[in-house]
Design a protein around this ligand. Structure first.
Ligand code: AMP
Length: 358
């Protein structure tokens, strides 16, 4: 069995390690030199939309998947008649355009912050009239880790936001003063079986995920989040792992965005769950029975961003994952996962790691 993976970054690498354990061979398509997943299988070093490279990936693999959401949808369409491609292109299309994504949430009755389409400076002023301040202006496409966003707190910020982002299709979104953020990760296989992981509680700084801890002591929220994930998975006839990010406000949930792929907020599942999100993604796309999502204690994950200090290698508690990437400010280079007997112990470990390593 051979699986083709578009993208060979750290998510591809972790999929590759899971594939090795399942006895599945991987072949990656990625334009970069020496990407993290290079130690997990052959890498076809070509652009993601290279017709010949896609054709040979389709010819050599039993199924194709992808590990990041900026894969051109046209690339999937090019190969989907020749080989099964999961998650389906429609899921990728919705996730690539924040307006499409929000309309999908609306259609599926998944609550979300108010939003408006923005194509002109006047649209920003109209959106502020409708939504109130603050609002956040986001590019509809290609935003990640807080990039392509500008928060407008007073009318004086409008010009700066328009100068930074005007020219691209945009949306304005109500700024939510959330209590905290969570993500719900689910997997669906070709037969339509679904498993859902316990919620992760996530902390972002400057738009970048810093820590994820699971489980979250909020059964009612977990049930509701599971309902929303099941709705998305069913509606999209989805195959693979999907992550839904949500704001928690006054004991209610509002959807922020979904990712049609394995997700950073699920990295703790490698050590902290009976089956990792990576293994379940592979099981889903290979149409194998999905593995248990039972937690093995209380897990916490700390991202290593920009640099991996020596202290990270000297930790008594925690498993270090070094993706082998060159250091660069703002770049995710690795993560550390801890598992503990109690939430309090887990939180104490996460705190120590954050103070000593990041
Ligand atoms: P995003 O790229 O849209 O996921 O945004 C990255 C992070 O920015 C989120 O995880 C939040 O921490 C913050 N953020 C984004 N949109 C909003 C919003 N409407 N209200 C409050 N915080 C937000």
């Amino acid at each position: 069995m051979r699986i083709g993976i578009i993208g060979a970054g750290q998510l591809g690498q972790m999929l590759g390690y899971a594939a090795r354990d399942l006895g599945v061979e991987c072949c990656f398509l990625d334009p970069s030199d020496a990407p993290p997943a290079a130690d997990c299988g052959e890498v076809i070093q070509r652009p993601f939309d290279d017709a010949d490279a896609l054709a040979s990936l389709a010819a050599e693999c039993d199924v194709i998947t992808y590990e990041f959401e900026n894969v051109p949808v046209a690339a999937l369409h090019r190969i989907e008649g020749k080989v099964p491609v999961y998650p389906p292109a429609a899921a990728l299309r919705h996730a690539q355009d924040r307006l499409d994504e929000k309309r999908l949430f609306d259609q599926l009755d998944i609550p979300l912050p108010g939003y408006r389409t923005v194509d002109t400076r006047k649209d920003i002023l109209d959106a502020i009239d409708d939504l109130g301040l603050p609002v956040v202006i986001k590019t509809r496409r290609l935003g990640y880790d807080g990039k392509g966003q500008s928060v407008i707190r007073t009318l004086d910020d409008v010009d700066e936001a328009w100068k930074a982002l005007g020219g691209s299709p945009l949306i304005a979104e109500q700024w939510v003063s959330f209590d905290y953020e969570v993500s719900a990760i689910g997997a669906r296989n070709v037969d339509g079986d679904i498993v859902i992981y316990p919620l992760s509680r996530n902390v972002h700084e400057d738009g970048i995920l810093r820590t994820s801890c699971s489980p979250v002591d909020a059964a009612r929220l977990a049930d509701r989040a599971e309902t929303y994930v099941r709705r998305l998975l069913g509606h999209l006839n989805y195959v693979g792992v999907l992550a839904l990010e949500l704001f928690v406000c006054d004991d209610d949930l509002m959807a922020n965005e979904f990712a049609p792929r394995v997700h950073n907020s699920g990295h703790w599942t490698i050590e902290g769950s009976a089956t990792s999100q990576f293994e379940n993604h592979l099981r889903a796309v290979l149409n194998r029975p999905l593995g248990s999502t039972k937690s093995l204690g209380h897990a916490g994950m700390v991202n290593l961003i920009g640099t991996i200090p020596d202290t990270a290698r000297a930790l008594k508690h925690g498993v270090l994952h070094d993706y082998g990437k060159a250091p660069r400010p703002g770049r995710k280079l690795g993560h550390i996962t801890v598992t503990a007997e109690s939430a309090a112990e887990r939180d104490a470990f996460v705190d120590i790691i954050r103070r000593n390593v990041t």
